[in-house]
Design a protein around this ligand. Structure first.
Ligand SMILES: *Cc1c(COP(=O)(O)O)cnc(C)c1O
Ligand code: SF4
Length: 341
């Protein structure tokens, strides 16, 4: 493992830099035993990790692991990625497509639920597999369009003049290569009624080297207004490399926002949420949404009740300036927007 780290960080120059995030991604830990060993977890954790892994693969790059405490199964970053035996338990109400997204796909790779904005599944894969993910059962094989297959989605966007914003989602859209992304952004920029490009991503956090020159090139040069919504759940995720990556995104003209998921055992305390907001602002990011967990099969052990969530937010309001308070929301299938709690 040690030489992989050195390999991934020692070369310099743009070409090496670009190879670096891809190499870090391909070297990610994808095996329960390797994850337990790397973090010095007692063997008792392995059966649960294996059982969860059988349902939804482990994937954790080393750059993220290095921010975790060694030998601490309750580390808030580890909890987000370590499968547990509880994932095999399915209380009623926890389903495979909690957002009923399958009902809102007018073209391949496209989800249109809300007025004025449309979501494009720009990459089927992620840089990390988060155990609470509502897309953990998503049939990604059906949603990784090639250039030719994007035409149907692009035609849809061209034909609907009420659309102002294209949102790159996934998977993690920044797991796609920059040639593909630059092409897609170029196509979008030619649609006159589109004003904004929004990118929902966890990659600049998980592998900060992802924010390299090739990415900044297309991001900086598009005429579209740019919003990057990062997904950060805990202050410990924000190290200096993340702060630097955010500075580069801002330099390229992006407005930076964050969305989190309220997760039991990760960030379900006033102190954790307050520290997260403070660290986000230090990195030039404004808190946007705090989502309650979507009731996806395998993630019930992360659930925080609505009552607790409301109480946490009320307490948070007493310790933070208003602009550092995220909006507490839930996604209800069929509603015209996220629903405030
Ligand atoms: C969350 C979401 C959006 C964006 O909603 P905002 O409230 O604008 O952040 C757009 N489309 C879909 C399908 C979504 O789930
Ligand atoms: S879509 Fe987001 S939350 Fe889900 S696994 Fe990927 S990075 Fe994690």
């Amino acid at each position: 493992m040690q030489d992989k780290i050195i390999l991934a960080t020692s070369p310099s120059g743009p070409a090496a830099q670009q190879a670096s995030w891809q190499r870090q991604l391909s070297n990610a830990i994808r095996d329960p035993a390797a994850l337990c060993t790397r973090l010095g977890l007692p063997e008792a954790w392995l059966p649960g990790a294996s059982a969860g892994h059988a349902l939804f693969d482990i994937c954790v790059p080393d750059a993220f692991i290095r921010r975790m405490a060694h030998s601490d199964p309750s580390d808030p970053l580890l909890r987000q990625v370590l499968p547990l035996g509880e994932e095999t338990v399915t209380p009623s109400g926890f389903v495979t497509d909690p957002l009923a997204e399958a009902d809102h796909q007018p073209a391949k790779g496209l989800i249109h639920k809300y007025a004025g904005r449309v979501l494009l599944i720009a990459s089927p894969t992620c840089a990390v597999n988060c155990r609470y993910c509502f897309r953990r059962h998503f049939p990604y094989g059906d949603h990784a369009p090639s250039r030719a297959q994007w035409q149907e989605a692009l035609d849809y966007l061209r034909a609907d003049a009420s659309l102002q914003e294209a949102i790159f989602s996934g998977g993690d859209p920044l797991a796609a290569n920059d040639r593909q992304l630059a092409w897609l952004v170029g196509e979008l920029a030619q649609i006159p009624h589109l004003k904004r490009l929004r990118i929902h991503t966890r990659l600049p956090v998980v592998i900060p080297d992802r924010v390299d020159d090739a990415l900044l090139d297309w991001l900086e040069s598009t005429r579209l207004q740019k919003v990057v919504v990062l997904h950060i759940n805990h202050a410990n995720e924000i190290n200096q490399a993340v702060v630097d990556a955010c500075a580069r995104l801002k330099q390229a003209g992006a407005t930076l926002l964050n969305q989190s998921v309220l997760l039991r055992g990760v960030n379900d305390s006033v102190s954790a949420l307050a520290e997260l907001s403070e660290r986000l602002f230090d990195a030039g990011i404004l808190p946007y949404y705090l989502h309650v967990l979507d009731p996806v099969q395998g993630a019930a052990h992360f659930d925080v009740t609505d009552e607790q969530a409301r109480e946490l937010l009320a307490d948070l309001r007493n310790v933070l300036p208003g602009f550092l308070l995220p909006r507490l929301v839930r996604e209800i299938p069929g509603e015209a927007s996220k629903t405030p709690l």
